[in-house]
Write a protein that binds this ligand. Structure first.
Ligand SMILES: NC(=O)C1=CN([C@@H]2O[C@H](COP(=O)(O)OP(=O)(O)OC[C@H]3O[C@@H](n4cnc5c(N)ncnc54)[C@H](OP(=O)(O)O)[C@@H]3O)[C@@H](O)[C@H]2O)C=CC1
Ligand SMILES: O=C1CO[C@H](CO)[C@@H](O)[C@@H]1O
Length: 356
């Protein structure tokens, strides 16, 4: 079983036109894991970003860990290979490192990704994820995919899959929503006990209809406490270019001295410095949420198309949360699930009717 790089780049809602550049920036910064899906409608652009870095010689294909997901309208055994080859064509790649069943629920095949009935509820297919898994296993045998996994599976569904008679390949991960307001402790414990890793999606509160975890006082407190904030002044360019004790050192002799600036100008500069400082500290708040997952042995795939954030989200290996920080973050749980997929609630395989 291959190791999945701990921090990957999420690509949901990363629009074509932005995402190829984001991927390139990420590769330059050291990201090696990319989380894609047919559903996100941007695999061709993600592939362009990755392939251009391979062409430049910055990375080799084998250095990367590219993940995609089988959408629900392709659960019929006869459609699984078509779905996978379409994804490979879009990405312009020969193989995937990991292919996930995106949801345990199969939908009626067709042009609509989420086919709905007159009541606005999803039209299911008569498939079972155990059968779908067999077709997924064929993809490994045929060399199109290196590893298999699942996403949005509850513990009973995962257990059922692990106990499937004649299982040829085990799922290596369960990709699930996970952040301090839905910490998934029980499901994570369950997966880890069965040697299935967990990948946290929406780790920062989500790309769409999310929660603002920056507003949480505990998250803010822990983030402030960690060197991230005290390290920030080094990143702040000195607006005055002076050597006043409150400013970071600058490399060359200075034309202007802080104490010689007019009072009004000093006030304006102070405000700018504070704003800049807050900007950086705010960014660092979210690093805490990524670090939180890493320290729980959970793989994490924050999404960003903003270069400074892509960088920030990867700078999470130079500090450690204490046991108390971890406990405090865990205590924030309020079972707040963001990705509830309400139109699928009546589906026989809807995963969220049981506790975990
Ligand atoms: N298996 C599944 O069913 C699901 C899988 N996923 C996967 O998980 C990934 C991550 O989840 P996602 O829903 O995207 O949400 P995230 O929790 O990763 O949050 C992404 C949002 O946070 C912003 N952001 C990122 N970094 C920072 C930062 N340092 N400071 C401030 N804001 C920041 C992004 O903005 P911007 O881009 O503008 O910088 C974006 O709006 C998805 O992209 C997808 O790959 C997601 C949902 C379901
Ligand atoms: O990956 C995904 C992106 O988010 C969607 C809405 O929550 C999910 O349905 C989907 O699984």
């Amino acid at each position: 079983m291959e190791n999945i790089p701990t921090v990957g780049l999420g690509t949901w809602k990363a629009v074509p036109g932005e995402v190829a550049d984001a991927v390139k920036v990420a590769i330059n910064l050291g990201y090696r894991h990319f989380d894609c899906a047919y559903l996100y409608g941007n695999e061709a652009e993600v592939g362009m970003g990755i392939n251009s870095k391979i062409k430049e010689g910055v990375v080799k294909r084998e250095d990367l860990f590219v993940v995609s997901k089988l959408w629900c309208t392709y659960h019929k055994k006869s459609l699984v290979k078509t779905a996978c080859t379409n994804t490979l064509k879009a990405l312009n790649m020969d193989y995937l490192d990991l292919y996930l069943i995106h949801w345990p629920m199969g939908f009626q095949p067709g042009k609509k990704d989420v086919p709905l009935d007159g009541f606005g509820m999803v039209i299911p297919s008569n498939t079972s994820f155990l059968d779908t898994w067999e077709a997924m296993e064929d993809l490994v045998t045929e060399g199109l995919v290196k590893n298999l996994g699942v996403s949005n599976f509850n513990h009973e569904q995962l257990e059922k899959l692990l106990n499937k008679p004649g299982l040829r390949f085990r799922p290596i991960t369960n990709q699930i929503e996970c952040h301090p307001y839905l910490n998934q402790k029980n499901l994570i414990d369950f997966c880890h006990k069965r040697n299935v890793s967990v990948t946290a999606y929406r780790p920062l509160g989500g790309s769409s209809n999310g929660v603002d975890l920056l507003d949480d006082s505990v998250v803010r407190k822990i983030a402030k406490k960690h060197g991230k904030s005290s390290a920030q002044p080094n990143h702040i360019p000195c607006l005055l270019n002076c050597q006043h004790s409150g400013c970071p050192p600058v490399p060359r002799p200075l034309p202007h001295q802080w104490h010689r600036q007019p009072v009004r100008e000093r006030a304006v500069i102070k405000v700018s410095l504070i704003q800049l400082f807050c900007f950086y500290v705010k960014l660092s708040f979210l690093q805490i949420l990524i670090r939180f997952q890493i320290q729980r042995n959970v793989i994490v795939i924050p999404k960003s198309v903003t270069p400074s954030r892509i960088r920030e989200n990867f700078q999470v290996f130079d500090f450690e949360l204490t046991k108390k920080d971890m406990e405090e973050l865990l205590s924030l749980d309020k079972n707040l699930r963001l990705a509830t997929f309400p139109s699928t609630e009546n589906h026989k395989d809807y995963p969220f009717h049981i506790e975990y």
